[in-house]
Design a protein around this ligand. Structure first.
Ligand SMILES: Cc1cc2nc3c(=O)[nH]c(=O)nc-3n(C[C@H](O)[C@H](O)[C@H](O)COP(=O)(O)OP(=O)(O)OC[C@H]3O[C@@H](n4cnc5c(N)ncnc54)[C@H](O)[C@@H]3O)c2cc1C
Length: 726
């Protein structure tokens, strides 16, 4: 590979080569990011948590660049028709390449609109999205900005979204007229609050005339107090605004997101706050994962430049010498660590964009599903789950059919089957993206920072790497920290449809491996098999006290297994993206140039990442399979299985050499070897050990791939200077 992968390569890998609208969005988001935003960071705008005129201007730059309009339909003032998950992911990726706070500032208004977009009435959707769209040429108005207020001061809403202190009461309800509601909500850490014109706030009923909870829209012009509160003293994302607002406002009941009905004098919101939030976060967490992925890939170029130039100017380092030309890149460890950062960035990006594309595909199918079920008189809740049970069985059947089976066509044409298949995958891939990209991504950003030495933790560091490292931690926290994603995964990853899909992915990886052995697909398939085996084992196994191991309360088991799964999913998406490039790269004149080398390098990164994933999965699964058995002790019954030294002497006569094989030998005086106890019996775990053995040998070639990738990293050409300031 001669140069860093360019746009033509990325468009194919991330599947928007045929989407001119998205390519334009990427270019304009990039120009704001590497222009306005980079200059603001370089000028120290992150040094204050106050909302400044420069930060305000950044929002206007987003408007002019079309970023704000990316959320809207053409009739609402936007320019992209249809689902926009990939579009928003791409915009967030470009902005976060330079600064996470800038990306968050752009996403926060979309987050505020999302409850309305997902569950609002048509009137609410049109009203607020039109107001939030940037002005058209010649229009004299400012777009409305929004904030989304779920989190409340301790001890209320955080991870546990059920514990609401925000309240809703009936303020006035005249006969035959629309009720007026009193909203009392305190927010904590609310993004965009310094300038928001409207807020979508989660509240619970504090009035017998209102049922349950809902999300309600409040505006800065409403009667009462719209107190924006004090700015949060953040150490991260300072280009976005965050604060703790207090709202005491009177609003018409038509502000309940999704509307309401009245029954026996009680207002019943059509959607409770949990239902709205679930629909929102399901999509909005994907761009957050992509933000951290962008940071990792953005670190590659500055690190390469730093490593190469490290010794230039020193007396003993003459142009042409290895020391001058290669700098720290003479050293294998420096290269290998950068390969690890790069490979993680590739995997995280592939996972994130794959999730975004899946939601784009799912959106219309989900609408169709809702319409079909509505026709049958079924709307949400348990009734819907029951109705979809049969479709789930049909989906599993479809996955089991061979390619030529005539029944396939019938099942493939069933929109409810298509829905449950995509839905099962989406329910896993979204939390996986948020969890793995941001959590593991933050750890790997530390690695990237460390590669720049002292420079890495200064404000002068090119690529703002230290900022990105800290910012990644916020990305791991907001919209639900890691525990929330893990909790969701522990439920969704055991869904039968998902597991059936997962089995087909193992077969898919083996197929790929037979044609492209250098991708690490075989290693991955072996690790996937081990994960599946371990899940099934843990679902049945108990601990020494007879308590179930796979249980919602047992996060030590379920969360660890969720973590392991994320490694596998990321690695799989990375491999699929490289295959896509290999298959289609030749059709594009720019991507075709040097395609073989680029595919080889990216495959080596896949192989490196697959080996890492396999190692993680093997470690986690082994700990779970063996860790819940008590270790035999010298003092307990288990030692009866050990040889006595005197026995061995006798046995030696008939079985010469047995003494050398025996490890747990007890002396006549009860003395024993210096260790925890006799070695644990492996009964029942033979299959696991065979798999682990195989997985270990599957790692063959992975370090050769890493060596090759490192060689490329040492030679690849980079531009003379970074295209945004330090
Ligand atoms: C800069 C910033 C911007 C934000 N923007 C917004 C916004 O616009 N709107 C909004 O509503 N919120 C916003 N938030 C809030 C954010 O979403 C929450 O901070 C986040 O969801 C975590 O909640 P918490 O801080 O109460 O943490 P806690 O709930 O106190 O969690 C603390 C730790 O305990 C763990 N933990 C908690 N519960 C469990 C459990 N059941 N099982 C296992 N572990 C658990 C968590 O994983 C975490 O590690 C923002 C926060 C920040 C910092």
């Amino acid at each position: 590979m001669l140069t860093l992968p360019g746009d033509a390569v990325r468009q194919i890998q991330w599947r928007f080569a045929d989407r001119f609208d998205l390519q334009m969005l990427v270019q304009s988001a990039r120009s704001v990011a590497r222009g306005t935003v980079a200059q603001m960071v370089a000028a120290g705008e992150r040094n204050t948590h106050e909302w400044t005129p420069a930060k305000s201007e950044m929002l206007e730059a987003f408007d002019r660049a079309g970023i704000t309009a990316a959320f809207m339909e053409p009739e609402e003032g936007g320019f992209i028709a249809g689902p926009k998950n990939l579009a928003l992911g791409l915009a967030a990726f470009e902005l976060a390449w330079v600064d996470g706070g800038a990306a968050t500032a752009s996403l926060a208004s979309f987050l505020a609109l999302s409850p309305i977009h997902e569950r609002g009435t048509q009137q609410q959707v049109t009203h607020y999205k039109t107001l939030a769209a940037p002005p058209l040429a010649g229009e004299d108005r400012k777009p409305w900005r929004g904030a989304f207020a779920l989190t409340e001061p301790i001890p209320y809403v955080g991870v546990d979204t059920g514990m609401l202190s925000g309240k809703l009461r009936v303020a006035e309800w005249k006969d035959g007229e629309e009720p007026w509601l009193q909203v009392d909500k305190r927010g904590r850490f609310i993004t965009n609050i310094a300038f928001a014109n409207f807020v979508t706030a989660a509240v619970g009923s504090d009035d017998p005339r209102i049922k349950g909870s809902c999300v309600v829209i409040v505006e800065d012009g409403d009667e009462g107090s719209f107190d924006r509160g004090t700015p949060t003293k953040k150490l991260v994302h300072q280009l976005s605004s965050t604060g703790d607002p207090i709202f005491n406002l009177k609003v018409p009941a038509s502000r309940i997101v999704g509307g309401y009905t009245v029954k026996d004098g009680v207002i019943i919101p059509n959607f409770n706050h949990g239902e709205v939030i679930e629909a929102v976060f399901r999509r909005t967490r994907v761009p957050v994962g992509l933000m951290t992925a962008a940071k990792l890939l953005s670190a590659v170029e500055p690190v390469i430049r730093y490593q190469r130039e490290r010794f230039r100017g020193a007396e003993g380092s003459k142009p042409g010498s290895v020391r001058y030309e290669q700098g720290i890149q003479q050293r294998e460890d420096a290269l290998h660590r950068l390969v690890d950062v790069w490979a993680t960035g590739e995997a995280a990006t592939s996972l994130g964009f794959s999730a975004a594309r899946l939601f784009d595909a799912l959106d219309p199918v989900e609408k169709l599903k809702t319409a079909i079920l509505k026709e049958r008189g079924i709307q949400g809740g348990r009734a819907e789950m029951k109705a979809l049970k049969e479709s789930e069985q049909r989906a599993i059947e479809l996955l089991s059919l061979k390619s030529g089976d005539p029944r396939r066509a019938e099942l493939e044409a069933d929109p409810l089957v298509a829905f449950v298949l995509m839905d099962a995958e989406a329910n896993v891939i979204c939390p996986a993206t948020k969890l793995w990209n941001t959590g593991h991504g933050a750890n790997m950003m530390r690695e990237a920072v460390s590669l720049m030495g002292g420079y890495g933790i200064t404000e002068d560091c090119p690529g703002f790497l230290a900022n990105k490292w800290m910012d990644a931690q916020l990305e791991a926290t907001y919209e639900g920290p890691e525990a929330v994603q893990r909790r969701q995964l522990t439920v969704t990853m055991t869904n039968e449809v998902f597991l059936a899909e997962f089995r087909t992915w193992i077969a898919e990886m083996r197929r790929i491996a037979s044609e492209r052995p250098g991708t690490g697909a075989c290693t991955l398939a072996s690790a996937m098999r081990m994960w599946l085996w371990t899940l099934s084992y843990l679902q049945k196994a108990t601990d020494p006290n007879g308590n179930k191991l796979y249980h919602g309360q047992r996060q030590g088991v379920t969360f660890a297994l969720a973590d392991a799964l994320c490694w596998l999913l990321a690695s799989r998406c990375q491999i699929l993206d490289v295959l896509e490039l290999e298959a289609r790269g030749g059709d594009d004149a720019v991507a075709a140039e040097g395609l073989g080398g680029t595919v080889q390098f990216l495959s080596d990164l896949c192989h490196t990442q697959a080996a890492q994933a396999a190692g993680e999965v093997s470690r986690i699964c082994a700990e779970l399979v063996f860790g819940y058995n008590s270790h035999p002790a010298w003092a307990d019954e288990a030692h009866k299985g050990c040889f006595l030294a005197s026995e061995l002497d006798d046995l030696e006569e008939t079985m010469p050499g047995i003494s050398a094989m025996a490890v747990d030998v007890l002396g006549a005086d009860g003395s024993h070897p210096q260790k925890a106890g006799p070695c644990a019996d492996c009964a029942g775990a033979g299959e696991f050990l065979r798999m682990q053995n195989k997985l270990t040998t599957c790692l063959s070639g992975s370090r050769l791939a890493k060596d090759r990738a490192a060689e490329t990293v040492a030679k690849v050409m980079i531009p003379e200077a970074l295209d945004y300031p330090a």
